[in-house]
Ligand binder design. Structure first.
Ligand code: PLP
Length: 384
């Protein structure tokens, strides 16, 4: 099987598995216990914190371990909104991009239903953030702006520095969902301009169910889960094996990132060139700066599920941004925001490469596309 769905998740690296098993076997005591086994687990936690912080460009004190990016993002948003309202009741608005991860958009919907004013910043046809619109929306009543570092469906990079300047000029805070940047770009929380940042271990060959919330020094963010762990910012006994695996994944990422980025970029170009040679293919975000690993296309107007099913039978696993429900395939909110109609927004197929992807994998994928997808492209679809 050729796995081209690394934006969904990645295979845990061997050193990650080794460290996790080791932590399960040897550091199983509670890090809050004062006895020696507990203190051993505590030392592991401290060591892991230093290693993760090194990759993310933050200090250990700024790092809160969470159950993943969804929890990190939710804690960031609810905490920042609460903090702003404490100081100024008129500062309640949350502004986020229209192409955020569905988890964050679901939170926006829930908060809106409960009375929080929420605005979405549009994107252009290339998936780039509409900066003038952001400027109009980020006013003195805005408590928080949320922006992803890169979009998970198209790989389009977002203008974090510019939006940080806008948010801070308006007295608002900036939360960045950096989940798709980790392992695919150099991450530097200190230099990013973000006040809050969410990251997930399983996107960089670490385990699922663990991630990090980075909280800028001096920001007294209230936690979502009460309790004294993580400096009172995240209650609950720490997930020591998961955190050990996260640290191992960060070390491994740091060691090979520069090479990985170069290789992935070359392979992405090879894949893009091959796909663009197929009549009727549209490459989303073609003119935008994008992650080095992500290629999102549609084949005419062929439904993504049909394409993905055929590719899977030919040994290539990719995915779509469209959500499958009992009622059928729902169009991708990202492609809709880019101006695609509902049918075209159900046709997006995302290939996301990883550090294990080879040139042979790309050649096989392109051959599979020719064999099982191209014959489906009717002349009229190819013209669309
Ligand atoms: N944000 C983005 C941009 C993502 O791609 C994902 C992963 O699917 C998440 C958040 C959620 O991460 P987690 O699975 O760690 O909750």
């Amino acid at each position: 099987m050729i796995y081209l769905d690394h934006n969904a998740t990645t295979r845990p690296a061997p050193e990650v598995v080794t460290e996790m098993v080791d932590a399960l076997e040897r550091a199983w005591a509670n890090p809050s216990s004062t006895h020696e086994p507990g203190q051993g687990a505590r030392r592991l936690l401290a060591d892991a914190r230093t290693r993760v912080a090194r990759l993310l460009g933050c200090s250990g004190a700024e790092l809160v371990f969470t159950s993943g990016a969804t929890e990190a993002n939710t804690t960031a948003v609810l905490g920042a909104l609460a903090l702003a309202a404490e100081r100024d009741v008129a500062r309640r608005r949350w502004v986020l991009s229209a192409v955020e991860h569905p988890g964050l958009l679901a939170l926006a919907e829930r908060l809106r239903e409960r009375g929080t004013p929420v605005d979405l910043i549009p994107v252009d046809a290339q998936g780039r953030l509409d900066l003038p619109a952001a400027g109009r929306l980020i006013g003195p009543d805005v408590a928080l702006v949320s922006l992803m570092g890169a979009n998970n469906e198209t790989g389009v990079l977002m203008p974090v520095a510019e939006v940080s300047a806008m948010a801070h000029a308006a007295g608002a805070r900036l939360h960045v969902d950096a989940t798709q940047l980790a392992g695919k770009a150099v991450l530097d929380f200190a230099a990013s301009g973000a006040d809050l940042m969410g990251v997930s271990a399983h996107k960089l060959h670490g385990p699922k169910g663990v991630g990090a919330l980075l909280v800028r020094k001096g920001l007294a963010l209230p936690g979502l889960l009460a309790g004294r762990q993580e400096r009172h910012r995240r209650g609950g006994t720490e997930n020591i094996p998961g955190i050990a695996g996260f640290a191992a994944a960060c070390d491994r990422t740091a060691a090979t990132l520069a090479d990985d980025l170069m290789r992935m970029t070359a392979l992405r170009q090879q894949l893009e060139a091959g796909l663009l040679a197929v009549p009727g293919v549209k490459l989303f975000g073609q003119q935008a700066a994008r992650l080095p690993n992500t290629v999102c296309v549609r084949f005419g107007r062929l439904d993504s599920e049909q394409v993905l099913g055929r590719l899977a039978r030919a040994g290539v696993v990719a995915s779509s941004g469209a959500a499958c429900t009992a009622a059928g395939t729902q169009p991708s909110h990202v492609l809709l925001a880019m101006g695609e109609d509902a049918e075209a927004a159900r046709a997006g197929v995302r290939f996301s490469l990883g550090r294990e992807t080879t040139a042979a994998d790309i050649a096989h994928t392109l051959a599979a596309v020719q064999r099982v997808v191209v014959p489906l492209l009717a002349p009229e679809a190819m013209a669309a």
